[in-house]
Design a protein around this ligand. Structure first.
Ligand code: PMP
Length: 432
């Protein structure tokens, strides 16, 4: 238990009265965080939570890492923000680091203020370069909620939130949801889900780019190598640019610097956000090959893009994940987490999918039929975990996946705490 904030109730009342929240929140939420360190956040009442969401998949080095705080504090005394037409030392150094860590097809970086915006610029860049309007995205793909990024976000619920019909220049291609594959057992996979891909691309000759997360974070869906190889070959054959959205999967989250590194693919464009600034925020990345970057013309000057403080946080974040071996820890802890979850042998655990610490546990009513665990039970599972001090989110195509993405610094004893809470939760909710 941490220290309660003296006016905790007044703060919560002010939140209720003045803060606009475009979603209904479940029991116990929102958590108003007064302090956060490492993998633990403390609310205004002094209650501690193990943060399995790393903020919102942002604080990969842990909350308020001293090295990041020091770098940001130092930068605060130098320069905060300049016009995007000029530059600052941290923004240039961060661009250099990111380009050197990215796949070899990436040569230049452009900074904006967040994930959705970085994807919007990626779409613009692809269209400008190819002089074609269409963009393909994956079924189940998520690339942001601003109007441009929504056009390549698959969820109907989100698309309807636009309040207007979205453009028709974009279309979905099949995703790899192997646990729910229509074509039979995984071991015999011949990537039949992509049998129609050539016909789809041929029906859209005006396609500039294909935007995809290398591993879909919502649900933790990691396609097999052969799936990516086939999709990559089909898009390359037609000159379609690959835009790798690494907003959630980048910065070591999956046990490699970028998730695309698991597949050895060479995207022409790569986007980033979330953990990119070490938690300071307001930083998006649109990076590209020299050839594609050369075609990026004016009219794109996000005011606060690449501000010096966020960039200093980003540099410190990268230094920290390497100095502390956090990418390897993510790979190791991801394996540990998955084994511990399977070892529960809980009848509701249908699938456990971890690539590094990009994790999803899919809950089902029946392991044979894979019937999805209903909304009511999922709500209870979440509430029960919450009551035990576990901060998680629920996601997935059917809303039945526990999304588990703690800071990459998480330890085995902390994961054991979560696993114990999960065991207790599933038994209690099932018995209720
Ligand atoms: N792409 C992916 C894969 C994401 O996970 C997100 C954020 N959840 C976005 C884009 C949008 O980023 P932001 O919310 O910072 O605009």
């Amino acid at each position: 238990m941490g220290e309660p904030t003296p006016d905790a109730n007044a703060i919560e009342a002010a939140d209720e009265k003045y803060v606009m929240r475009p979603w209904a929140h479940p029991a116990g939420e929102p958590v108003i965080v007064a302090r956060a360190r490492g993998c633990v956040v403390t609310d205004v009442h002094g209650k501690d939570y193990l943060d399995l969401t790393a903020g919102y998949f942002v604080n990969n080095a842990g909350h308020c890492h001293p090295r990041i705080i020091e770098a940001v504090t130092k930068q605060l005394h130098e320069v905060l923000q300049v016009s995007g037409k000029h530059g600052t030392i941290p923004a240039i150094r961060l661009a250099e680091k990111l380009v050197n860590l990215a796949p070899r097809s990436i040569h230049k970086a452009f900074f904006s203020t967040g994930g959705s915006e970085s994807n919007e610029f990626a779409l613009k860049l692809a269209r400008q370069f190819r002089k074609k309007p269409e963009i393909a995205y994956l079924e189940n793909g998520y690339h942001g909620l601003t109007l441009g990024s929504l056009e390549v976000t698959a969820s109907q619920k989100y698309r309807e939130s636009a309040g207007k019909p979205l453009g028709t220049d974009n279309y979905a291609v099949p995703t790899a949801y192997c646990y729910r594959c229509k074509f039979g057992p995984h071991a015999q996979c011949k990537v039949e889900c992509l049998d129609g891909i050539d016909a789809i691309f041929d029906a859209h000759p005006e396609t500039a780019g294909l935007i995809a997360e290398p591993i879909q974070a919502v649900g933790g869906l990691a396609p097999p190598q052969k799936w990516w190889d086939r999709l990559d070959a089909a898009r390359k054959k037609r000159g379609i640019l690959l835009i790798a959205d690494e907003i959630q999967t980048g910065m070591g989250r999956t046990g490699k610097m970028f998730a695309i590194d698991h597949y050895g693919l060479q995207p022409e464009i790569l986007t980033g956000g979330k953990g990119l600034s070490g938690g300071v925020g307001s930083l998006g990345l649109t990076a590209a090959s020299n050839e594609v970057a050369a075609g990026f013309f004016g009219g794109t000057t996000p005011t606060n893009g690449g501000n010096a403080v966020s960039a200093a946080g980003g540099i410190a974040m990268i230094e920290t994940i390497f100095a502390e071996g956090l990418i390897d820890n993510a790979a190791r802890m991801g394996r540990y987490f998955a084994e511990a979850a399977w070892a529960l042998r809980d009848p509701w655990i249908g699938d456990v999918r971890f690539t590094g610490l990009l994790g999803g546990i899919e809950l089902v009513k029946n392991r044979d039929t894979r019937e999805v665990l209903g909304k009511l039970e999922m709500g209870k599972v979440k509430d029960h975990l919450h009551a035990q001090g576990m901060l998680i989110t629920v996601s997935g195509l059917y809303g039945n996946v526990l999304r588990l993405q703690p800071p990459l610094s998480i330890t085995a004893p902390q994961l054991d705490q979560f696993i114990a809470a999960l065991r207790n939760t599933l038994r209690t909710v099932r018995g209720a």
